[in-house]
Design a binder for this molecule. Structure first.
Ligand code: GLC
Length: 447
């Protein structure tokens, strides 16, 4: 695995915003208050630290995170980490965090946070710059894409924990029975294969994915758009929204056709990741789009065995190619926490991102490591074919826009993509609306 992760050159990286500019933006009053508060708060250190730190993080269905926390607590004399479960929906988690930060709340010392958050949190000084701790030489051992996703202006605001790529899960056994020699390379092929298997084998659903109105819905919509050759932002000028193109419309048309052609259930427009697991791993769907974590859930509870499933890169659109929208999670340290708590959090971050723990996390929950060397680890390669496929998928990745206004852009995309998938808005209209609405949001960000 090389530095080519997230590797498209010319990928829109968003403009760089400086803090003063950001404060000029609408609704930034609280951010300003938070900034002023930081000086007297983060790093203050009132001497009350008792060694207990709290990690905020959403859902972890394999149980591996708690095991690693327990192991850390057992071997550490003076630091005790408690995990406070946060919403599994990344947008809801973000909103909750933003409210806490605005109140200068330091109860979560450490945050396991989404790759799309650093720009917004860093611009508001909610999380600390780790430049002095996460040194250049440490960074060089990590995949470049995830490191970049934590960089904002001249700082580095998070340490990559695990990375994510959207993947196509498929039922090996059912495709074989139906006479297909491999997974589909295009969305049209996926529909053909799904329809044949549904007909021959009576499988209930062809394809399940995340179509609900939330961040995952944005990601799925973007995968259709990108795989048809559409792009939200101009690769050469990230201040310019370019979503209004025939390619983007074709992308949303393909997404809608999954439901219209009976390949996906209508309810897919309400599905997030957990709702995707049940039909696919319960044996009711031929294909699913999900992140690598779902692989480790096969064979557990009443779910189908691992040997019945396989994974492949996502299909390409007509005239396009397979594109992945990278996801992933990082560790951020709360700027309002006292210095001693921040130091303790840093200890835990180093432990969690060390090769042993990243390997355990990969083997336990099929999460993609962020340390480059682990992609050559024989045990991981053997146990987790998903790591190799995802590694390849990430080489052709188009990240979500990097911007302090990304959360607003995403809310709009989630809304329009969902309306298009649900048949309430024609794809062309959804795309035209997004062109103007996204440009308005992007324009709020000063040059
Ligand atoms: C996964 C990804 C994350 C993304 C989320 C959407 O957790 O890692 O980046 O935002 O899914 O549901």
């Amino acid at each position: 695995m090389t530095q080519s992760f997230y590797g498209r050159t010319g990928t829109p990286r968003g403009r760089s915003f400086n803090r003063r500019d950001f404060l000029k933006m609408g609704g930034a009053g609280l951010a300003g208050a938070a900034l002023l508060g930081t000086a007297g708060c983060g790093g203050g250190g009132g001497g009350s630290f008792n060694g207990e730190i709290t990690l905020g993080f959403g859902r972890e269905p394999s149980g591996t995170l708690q095991k690693l926390i327990d192991q850390f607590n057992k071997q550490s004399n003076d630091i005790k980490v408690t995990w406070r479960p946060m919403p599994s929906d990344t947008g809801q988690y973000f909103d909750q965090l933003r409210t806490q930060f605005q109140a200068q709340d330091a109860s979560l010392t450490l945050i396991g946070g989404d790759v799309i958050w650093p720009a917004q949190f860093a611009a508001n000084s909610y999380i600390i710059d780790l430049s002095d701790r996460f040194t250049e030489s440490m960074r060089s051992k990590f995949l470049q894409g995830p490191v970049e996703s934590n960089s904002y202006e001249d700082g580095i605001f998070g340490v990559p924990w695990y990375t994510d790529a959207g993947l196509l899960y498929y039922r090996k056994d059912l495709l074989e029975k139906a006479g297909f020699s491999g997974p589909p390379a295009t969305w049209d092929e996926l529909k053909e294969q799904a329809q044949k298997v549904m007909q021959d084998e009576g499988t209930k659903f062809g394809f399940v994915f995340q179509g609900a109105e939330y961040e995952g819905g944005t990601v799925n919509g973007l995968e259709y758009i990108n795989s048809h050759g559409g792009q939200v932002l101009d690769p050469n000028d990230a201040s310019k929204v370019t979503i209004d193109s025939p390619e983007s419309v074709a992308g949303l048309e393909t997404e809608y056709s999954m439901v219209a052609d009976g390949v996906s259930p209508q309810a897919v427009s309400t599905y997030a990741e957990p709702e995707t697991e049940a039909p696919f791993l319960g044996g009711d769907a031929v294909f699913a789009r999900n992140w690598p974590y779902m692989y480790s859930l096969a064979g557990t509870e009443n779910f189908i065995e691992t040997d019945l499933i396989d994974i492949a890169p996502l299909p390409a659109g007509e005239g396009g190619e397979s594109v992945s929208v990278p996801g992933g999670w990082n560790f951020f340290i709360n700027a309002f926490a006292e210095q001693e708590a921040q130091d303790a959090a840093w200890e835990f971050v180093q432990y969690m991102t060390a090769p042993e723990q990243q390997k355990a996390y990969a083997l336990g929950g099929s999460y993609l490591p962020t340390l480059t060397a682990l992609y050559e680890d024989p045990e991981i390669k053997e146990a987790l074919p998903v790591v190799g496929v995802a590694g390849e998928a990430l080489k052709n990745a188009i990240p979500r826009p990097v911007s302090p206004v990304y959360s607003d852009m995403s809310l709009k995309m989630a809304e329009e993509f969902n309306a298009s998938l649900g048949g309430d808005t024609p794809p062309q209209q959804a795309i035209s609306t997004l062109q103007s609405e996204l440009q308005k949001i992007a324009d709020q960000a000063p040059s």
